[in-house]
Design a protein around this ligand. Sequence first.
Ligand SMILES: Cc1cc2nc3c(=O)[nH]c(=O)nc-3n(C[C@H](O)[C@H](O)[C@H](O)COP(=O)(O)O)c2cc1C
Length: 328
Amino acid sequence: MIFYPPKAIVMAPLSGYTDWPYRHSMRRHGCYYAFTEMIDAGSLAYENPNATKMLFRGNDEPWLAVQLLGSDPEMLKKAVLKLNSYNFDLLDFNLGCPVTKVAKKGAGAVLGRNIDLAAKMLELIVKLSRFPVTAKTRIFSETETEATIKLAKKLESAGAQTLTIHGRVKEKFYSGEVFHQIIAATRNAVSIPVVVNGGINGRRSYQSALSESGCSVAMVARGAMGNPWLFQELQSTDFIATTVHELADEIVNHVEEMVCFYGDTMAFKLARKIVLDYLRGRGFSGELRAKVSFLNSMHDLSEIVSEVRKGPSERYWQSMPEERQLKR
Ligand SMILES: Cc1cc2nc3c(=O)[nH]c(=O)nc-3n(C[C@H](O)[C@H](O)[C@H](O)COP(=O)(O)O)c2cc1C
């Protein structure tokens, strides 16, 4: 089954980010294919309320995949059976997360390096899930293709219907070069579609990711943080600068929806990093960014947003390349 048509742009799962308000903000700007953040199989099995919240799907969401993380077959089994009572378009298995907490449990990227066990877990998920199953993984090596291809072939045989490959090794976490040629070789070795991921933050990086990997579908992640307009940018031929008022309105909409979704206390705590993402790289003062760290109420937000409407410093307007400029 083909999930993504050519040139589809997929919003990555992002832990601590891709909740319903976040996805809603992306969708306002042309995102169709979106994921929940990764959900730990154990938390699902034990009905942790935070995990249940992550499963929420808005009535207006046209397409949504859920991402599962885990390495214990009993927990995975319980989690998949639980997920079957929800409504998702596909279930993705996380084989790429490098963070210590996850690595200690032998899940994510550590499991991705244990090819036979990863395939066995995937097979179990495929057997139990009522949704089609895909996997998201990383390249094994920056210099040779053999191990990444071996993993991809095993996952394909285990029933993965699409693979998303982040072109950085687990030791590099999220920084450094993205090795598209390893993704290209892997894509040529399997029959299932491969989605390229890593380092896409504008049209230029998007086009080189597609041409160098040979993939027709890309997954964007940090490039869309604070920049939901990326979806429009990648789907058009012209760069359309965002006005300071569009930026301010987006911040307000996003935070208001967080308040509806989480309630005031939790929402404002979580919204601080979200608002900082919107301000990042757009020339706003350190003073304004410091104010965001104390965001606690709608009143605080309206003060912040009225500063945003005044626009960044004059130096920003003069020094930023045309392509990255906000409009007044
Ligand atoms: C804060 C953060 C949270 C992430 N959470 C997840 C996650 O829940 N599941 C997952 O598969 N990848 C996760 N990732 C990895 C991204 O989906 C993506 O593979 C990675 O950031 C590379 O893409 P980029 O260079 O375009 O950001 C996360 C990355 C970051 C920075």
